[in-house]
Design a protein around this ligand. Structure first.
Ligand code: DAH
Length: 377
């Protein structure tokens, strides 16, 4: 802004005023402009009036006219701009639609839901059906039909939570899908299922082979809370039954799953499809499979070199599996001379712990947002 200098004359001052007016955006700026140009003291017009007092007589008249015209013009232009500013002013309480919106805070998917959905995605792509099934079970489906008769030592492997009062078939809380099973039509439910393997029986007793299913959901055991145990956790059960199903099918299926769940599992340079590169079977025992195997994946952290995660073995155990025992087929009325099958059971929490390096299982249940917010949307 140039300093006030009446010697430049009213015409050039007018041009200066127009330039300054063009910059005005607010009422306050307009007010400042008014003071500067037509204020009582120290303004341009006041300076012209002062100059008039000492001006030579021959220019007095034209200087006086020029100063007056300038004053009128300035006042008119300021009034006009004032009106224009007032017209664009938004009314009180108006909504400013130019403000950015308030972004809603999005929640995060629970890590266990992410794993569950990933597993479902993998197996639906392979043509499996997905089941859930009841969490309150009876002895028959949870143990007996799985080749674990009452005195079977394998029942001790799973410390079971029994219901104080069994849920009777007539009970309104009896899950609807439990009615009408051909062999054991809605027996009383006595326990919380200790594994999803009960769903193998529930499905096969109602459906003829072939079978290709995964069952996912909560299971319950009498465990105290610690780093690796919770009385409720989740399992994925897999079951495939048909003509000519072999151990090789089990291995191929599980390696496809392991590769999809832990993409970095495969040893560097290994070609896709070489199952031996990233899973291995260790002989094991489950009453409902023969032979049985525990399955390890190659450590995805060290790629098999040996690190603390895999306890320097290069391998990490992820699930139990095997070929369906003929006694299980007998229990559901399948002809074990005609069909064979494989089954597997895997802990959802265990997969999540491995995948994200979570060393305390309790974190999945404490609802601490600082933990939960680290996972996907
Ligand atoms: N039910 C077993 C458990 O809870 C896991 C399991 C092992 C499931 C072998 C299976 C299987 O279907 O074939 O530890």
């Amino acid at each position: 802004m140039s300093s006030i200098d009446p010697s430049i004359g009213p015409d050039r001052a007018r041009a200066l005023f127009r330039a300054e007016l063009a910059e005005v955006r607010t009422d306050a700026e307009l007010q400042a402009l008014r003071t500067r140009w037509v204020g009582r003291k120290g303004s341009w017009v006041a300076a012209f009036m002062d100059a008039l007092a000492t001006a030579a007589p021959e220019i007095k008249k034209s200087l006086g006219r020029g100063a007056n015209e300038l004053k009128k013009e300035v006042e008119a232009a300021i009034a006009e701009r004032g009106a224009a500013l007032a017209a664009t002013k938004r009314p009180a309480n108006a909504v400013d639609i130019t403000l950015p919106g308030r972004a809603p805070v999005l929640g995060h998917r629970h890590p266990l839901s992410l794993i569950r959905d990933e597993v479902i995605e993998i197996f639906t792509r392979l043509g499996y059906q997905v089941l859930e099934g009841p969490e309150v079970e009876d002895d028959y489906h949870n143990f007996e039909a799985l080749n674990m008769p009452e005195e079977h030592p394998a029942r001790d492997m799973q410390d079971t939570l029994y219901l104080q009062t069994p849920l009777m078939p007539s009970d309104p809380e009896m899950p609807g899908d439990l009615k009408g099973s051909p062999l054991h039509s809605a027996p009383p439910l006595t326990l919380l299922r200790t594994h999803t393997s009960a769903m193998q029986i529930r499905h096969m007793e109602k459906h003829a082979p072939p079978v290709r299913l995964v069952a996912i959901g909560p299971v319950y055991r009498r465990d105290n809370l610690d780093l690796t145990h919770t009385p409720m956790f989740h399992q994925v059960e897999g079951l495939v039954v048909g003509k000519g199903v072999t151990l090789a099918d089990l291995k191929g299926t599980l390696s496809a799953m392991a590769e999809a769940l832990f993409p970095s599992t495969r040893a560097d340079g290994a070609r896709s499809g070489q199952a031996a590169d990233f899973i291995r079977f260790r002989p094991s025992f489950f009453p409902y499979t023969e032979p049985s195997a525990e399955v390890d994946i190659r450590c995805f952290k060290c790629k098999g070199q040996g690190c603390p995660l895999c306890k320097r073995t290069g391998w990490i155990e992820i699930l139990g599996s095997g070929m369906v025992h003929p006694a299980v087929f007998e229990a559901v009325g399948y002809n074990s001379e005609e069909v064979t099958g494989f089954a597997f059971g895997m802990g959802v929490e265990r997969v999540a712990q491995l995948k994200w390096g979570v060393d305390d299982i309790r974190l999945f249940y404490e609802n601490d947002l600082r933990f939960l917010e680290q996972f996907g949307l």
